[in-house]
Design a protein around this ligand. Structure first.
Ligand code: ATP
Ligand code: MG
Length: 561
């Protein structure tokens, strides 16, 4: 079944169906409207998939628009990373990228229109006074003493604001709505403020910038957005948006519908908080594979399809909840189980010497890349007298439950022969360093002729022909399921969120591994080459792999603790 056929309905689709049926709209126009003040996270992926997939399914269009009204928090690096993330997720926006700053001239015109209609005024209360006058949820606000300034004077002040004749913070333009409204956002909200800051798109052209609430709704209207979809925290602001749209001369009336944000266990989804993790060096940048950003999931080997599938499974509702990490991991695990080629890597190597193996040249074995998908073909894996196996795959003695290598018992080497262990060497601390065994030369792809069948299969690499690798194992970034609820999330950071293994050995075919493209390392999990160009050079020629996800769900266990 295709992604579209398989898609469940939701309340937004029902609204769109009704709007199309009644003729309220003839087509669907959506948008994804990020503020370029950080990298996108998995919560944004929910919004991106919602907006772009709706447009696709209804033969409509979806814009990508940067709501760029806060120049000092924004950066062109964020603008670029957001575009890359949307494309990587598999979506293409309609026409050119849009910026709210493209509309600054028009927005200024709308502000002048409000002043002319007596619906906006320049207020000289300072920040503290403005807060005081605003009142509280329990107490109505008070009218600003500047509320009844004449239209002429207000126009004059606003021109002076625009021309840089007032200092930052000296005054602002406010909508004249209702200081006693039970919606705080309706108590004469500021719609323009002075900021002597250059803007990444408009340079030094402006020293007044429109506020987000004023800009967002008008940008939607300018673009003819039919269904403005956003998260529930903007529910109250809808009153203000409707007020603005109704009071300026613009035809289009986008209607806003709110859905619940994605919250994900053991992480935080807020650009502001993620920025502090980056700034405080608690992670190595926005795309540190422990981050919940799209670029981090990508670096870790998640596929765009797995993230789209995740957003489909969680659905779209108005109910607040926290999604288990296991839901996201199941999506990538299912994808990679079907699609990732297999390879062998030994994370904690000990030597295995096959004493009866003839010669020292070894041989080249042909091994399947996928156990059931023939189309993935085969690869050559060198086999030799000396191999590496995992330390945990050998015991001198063990009970029947242990289906690996034990002295006197046989085990199958994946894709190769059956071997029987004979003895081992240990270091001064009693750790096994080398295991000796004999092999049965007749068992390549066949069971032993004596009718026995080895109980277990273990993975291996050739000692001389394997490559050195550093392997990074990631765990949850926080020790509690809902770090956002902590007074200081810094205190619940998981100190073991990254474990680096630096002496792993991987099969030589992985020399051509592509960054971000995951392999299943047999019996270990899914791993991909890190996408930093410096990773191989900086590590003295070692390949650096990130663990995408383990083979099994370990989150369920954590939650049950
Ligand atoms: P943050 O709090 O992380 O900064 P934001 O809402 O300020 O997020 P925007 O850049 O304004 O970030 O978001 C762009 C769009 O993505 C908005 O429509 C917003 O509603 C949506 N969005 C943001 N976070 C989530 C989330 N966790 N789940 C679903 N949608 C989200
Ligand atoms: Mg925001």
């Amino acid at each position: 079944m295709s992604e579209a056929e398989n898609r469940p309905t939701n309340f937004i689709r029902q609204i769109i169906d009704a709007d199309l049926a009644s003729g309220k709209h003839n087509s669907v126009q959506t948008r994804f409207p990020p503020e370029p003040n950080g990298y996108l996270h998995i919560g944004h992926a929910k919004s991106i998939c919602l907006n772009f997939v709706l447009a696709q399914d209804y033969n409509g269009l979806c814009n990508l628009r940067f709501d760029d009204t806060n120049p000092e928090k924004e950066d062109i690096d964020y603008v670029n990373s957001i575009q890359a993330d949307v494309k990587w997720l598999g979506f293409d926006w309609s026409g050119d990228i849009r910026y709210s700053s493209d509309y600054f001239e028009k927005l200024h015109g709308f502000a002048v229109e409000l002043i002319e209609k007596g619906l906006a005024y320049v207020c000289f209360l300072n920040g503290e006074e403005t807060r005081e006058y605003r009142g509280t949820l329990k107490q109505p606000g008070k009218n600003s003493p500047y509320r009844d300034t004449s239209v002429e004077e207000n126009l004059n002040h606003f021109t002076k604001m625009k021309n840089g004749e007032y200092k930052e913070g000296e005054c602002s333009l406010r909508a004249k709505i209702d200081m006693s409204s039970s919606f705080m956002c309706m108590r004469d909200p500021i719609i323009y403020r002075i900021k002597f800051v250059d803007h990444h798109q408009t340079g030094d052209k402006w020293c007044i910038y429109p506020m987000y609430d004023f800009t967002h709704c008008l940008s939607d209207a300018i673009e003819g957005i039919t269904h403005s979809l956003c998260t529930l925290e903007f529910q109250d602001n809808r009153r203000l948006y409707d007020w603005v749209i109704n009071n300026v001369s613009i035809e289009s009336e986008p209607h806003q519908y709110e859905f619940s944000r994605l919250n994900l266990e053991y992480t935080i989804l807020s650009k502001r908080n993620l920025l502090t993790l980056v700034e405080d060096n608690l992670v190595n940048g926005w795309d540190d594979p422990r981050m919940p950003t799209i670029s981090a999931f990508r670096r870790r080997g998640y596929t765009p399809g797995s993230i789209r599938e995740f957003t489909k499974r969680i659905g779209v509702t108005k109910m607040d909840n926290i999604v288990e990490m296991g839901v996201l991991e199941a999506c990538i695990r299912e994808d990679l189980n079907d699609n990732a080629p297999r390879a062998m890597a030994v994370l904690d190597p000990i030597k295995l010497v096959i004493e009866n193996y003839p010669g020292s040249d070894g041989e080249q074995l042909t091994v399947k890349n996928h156990p059931s998908d023939e189309s993935q073909g085969t690869r050559i894996v060198p086999f030799s007298r000396e191999l590496y196996i995992e330390a945990e795959d050998f015991r001198e003695e063990a009970n029947k439950k242990y289906k690996r290598l034990v002295i006197g018992k046989a085990v199958r080497l994946r894709g190769a022969y059956v071997v029987t262990a004979t003895r081992c060497d240990k270091d001064a601390d009693g750790n096994v360093t080398t295991v000796y065994c004999n092999y049965d030369a007749e068992t390549l792809g066949k069971n032993p002729t004596d009718g026995t069948k080895p109980k277990g299969v273990i993975h291996w690499v050739s000692a001389n022909e394997s490559l050195d690798a550093e392997i990074r194992l990631y765990d949850r970034l926080f020790t509690v399921a809902n770090p956002a609820a902590e007074s200081d999330f810094h205190s619940v950071i998981n100190p073991d969120s990254l474990v680096v293994i630096n002496n792993a050995k991987v099969e030589p075919s992985l020399a051509t591994a592509k960054p971000e493209f995951a392999y299943q390392f047999e019996r270990q999990g899914y791993f991909c080459l890190d996408n930093r160009i410096d990773s191989t050079e900086a590590k003295n020629g070692k390949l650096v792999f990130n663990r995408t996800v383990g083979l099994r769900d370990t989150w369920a266990k954590i939650s049950a603790k």
